[in-house]
Design a protein around this ligand. Structure first.
Ligand code: TRP
Length: 323
């Protein structure tokens, strides 16, 4: 049985890019595999320094995941910081990670080029992510395409460690979504809360409609075919099976399509799609004790596994005196 593992940033209300990029795949994996899933609040600290916001975002992300179908009886689900062993492993790994490797991280370069003044944590973010994966022996790591390079770095770090200290870590494989590589936001850039171009899963209907109606479109006249390499087409495709997608393609390829009509349909489809999960989301919101209990039990289970890999690494490096 494969061990599937991935984490998600609690960067605010989760959006449909998170859902189709990572969450829905994780939820499917729980049926046939060992699933390890966590909310990465340590990572979020590199950009959020506000206790209330971090706590709210973290719990919201956990409730979103549970509402959408993550089953704590079929998976191990926890908050990253409840298993602090990963921070020790981060230190161990940082001593064999070259500065050059981190300097090549495009996600770090992107953030700094957008004016974020980086802290040390942001720079070493990929090492913490490597520790997240290696601490639990994850084989398969479902992530969006934007995380591909981080995954390659994890593999590099693990291989280097194993070469120096012996065979301690499992070398993980990334599993990049095949359906759509990068999920665009309403303006066509990668969908991201921080770009303000996202479609939140559990926002009010009104907000969801408003976001969808403002998807960027071009000024092609009604009686001409439309470009399919556009956010409206790509976002709609996420919800469609093969036949329905073909139909949408032909509507775009033929004259007569009105963007406004397609947007309304898309808004209806997205609202319908997530409707069944809203009740559960509300229930969880009113039963936070249950949510906290699930997360605590998850952390306890994850902790046992983390101790195994951490002890192996410490011993391999010459650090275990008291044992
Ligand atoms: N960096 C990932 C993201 O922003 C989140 C993440 C942290 C992660 N640790 C991980 C993903 C370990 C997979 C495995 O999406």
């Amino acid at each position: 049985m494969k061990r599937v593992l991935s984490g998600i940033q609690p960067s605010g209300q989760l959006h449909i890019g998170n859902y189709f990029g990572m969450m829905s795949r994780m939820i499917q994996y729980q049926e046939q595999n060992e699933l390890y899933c966590f909310i990465v609040d340590y990572h979020a600290l590199t950009t959020i320094n506000d206790r209330k916001r971090l706590e709210t975002n973290t719990l919201n992300a956990a409730m979103d995941f549970l509402a959408l179908g993550l089953d704590p009886n079929k998976s191990i689900f926890w908050i990253q910081s409840d298993v602090p062993q990963v921070t020790e492993l981060t230190w161990l790994l940082s001593t064999i990670t070259g500065i050059g490797l981190l300097e090549r991280a495009t996600s770090y370069k992107d953030k700094t080029s957008r004016g974020v003044s980086p802290n040390v944590g942001l720079f070493s973010y990929p090492i913490l992510m490597a520790a997240d994966i290696l601490c639990f022996g994850g084989n398969i790591v479902p992530v969006g395409k934007d995380q591909k390079q981080h995954l390659e770095m994890t593999r590099d770090i693990a291989q280097r460690f194993n070469k120096i200290y012996g065979d301690v870590f499992v070398i993980p494989d990334a599993e990049i979504s095949k359906t759509l590589q990068l999920i665009p936001g309403i303006d066509g850039q990668k969908m991201s809360k921080s770009y303000g171009n996202d479609i939140p899963i559990f926002a009010s209907e009104k907000i969801i409609r408003k976001r969808i109606m403002s998807i960027t479109t071009d000024s092609t006249p009604i009686d001409e075919p439309k470009d399919k390499n556009t956010p409206l087409f790509q976002i709609y495709s996420l919800l469609l099976n093969k036949d329905d997608k073909k139909e949408l393609e032909s509507r775009f390829d033929n004259p007569g399509l009105r963007y406004g009509d397609v947007k309304k349909e898309l808004a209806d489809s997205i609202i319908d799609f997530f409707q069944p999960y809203r009740k559960k989301r509300e229930y969880l919101e009113n039963h936070k004790d249950y949510v906290l209990k699930v997360l605590k039990e998850g952390a306890q289970k994850a902790s046992i596994e983390a101790d195994k890999y951490l002890t192996k690494a410490r011993t391999a490096m010459g650090l275990n005196y008291a044992d």
